[in-house]
Write a protein that binds this ligand. Sequence first.
Ligand SMILES: C[S@@+](CC[C@H](N)C(=O)[O-])C[C@H]1O[C@@H](n2cnc3c(N)ncnc32)[C@H](O)[C@@H]1O
Length: 222
Amino acid sequence: MSDNDKVNTGHHVESKELIKNARKPVGELGHQILDRMNKSHESMAQWGVSHFEVKEDSKILDIGCGGGRNIERFAEQISKDGRVVGIDYSEVSVEKSIDLNKKFIDDGIVNVLQGSVSEMPFYDETFDIATAFETIYFWPDFINDLKEVNRVLKKGGFIFICNEAVYREGEMDKYDDLVELLDMKIYSEDVLEESLKTAGFDEFESYINDENDWICIIARKN
Ligand SMILES: C[S@@+](CC[C@H](N)C(=O)[O-])C[C@H]1O[C@@H](n2cnc3c(N)ncnc32)[C@H](O)[C@@H]1O
C-alpha cells in the first residue's frame, strides 16, 4: 500500500478504501468496517450508555445503527413491551444489523429499516429514547436532522449522542486527513448544546472522557 492509499485517522494509519466506508458502508469493505466498528466502539458505547437508564418497556430508536451492536445491547435490556428500531441509510448496515439481531427480530422486539435521519418513516412522538453513536459527523443538515429526531420523540423523551471525537480548539490537526476523506464534522460540546437547543431540546447533560476524548450528551424534549 503506498502512502497515497493511507489515511491518518488521528489514532492509527489505515487504508483509505476501508475507512471511506465509515460514512456509508458499501460492499465487502462495508461489511469489514461494520464488523470492526461493532468491536472497536464497544468500550465507548459502554461508557456512554452508563449515563442513562433503559426501562423494560422503553421504545428506542438507534439512528445510524451500523453493524447493530447497540440495537443488540438495548434489546437485551427490554421486555416484550419494549421496542428497539434501528435505522441506517446504508443497505449493508441494515443487512448486518438484521443478521446480528435475528433472534430479537423473530421475537418481535427489534426492527431495522433503511432510511435517512433527515426524513424518518415514523409518526410524531413514537420513541422514548433516540440514540446516535458515531454518526452525527455525517448528518447532512444537522439542525434540521435534530428537529426530525425531536419530532419522533415523545414528550419527556431524550436524544443521546455519543462520539469518540470532540472538537477542541488548537487540537484538531490530527484529524485533518480523516475530516477531508470522510467530509465529516467534529463538533464541540458548546456547538452540540447550541444546536440541540435550536432544534427544540433542553435539560442538557454532557460528559467528556478526557483520557479518550469521548463525548456524550443527553438532551430532553419537554
Ligand atoms: C461510523 S458508523 C457508526 C455505526 C454505529 N452507530 C456504531 O457506533 O458502530 C456511521 C453509521 O451512520 C450511518 N449514517 C451516516 N449518515 C446517515 C444518515 N444521514 N442517515 C442515516 N444513517 C446515516 C452510516 O451508514 C453508518 O452505518
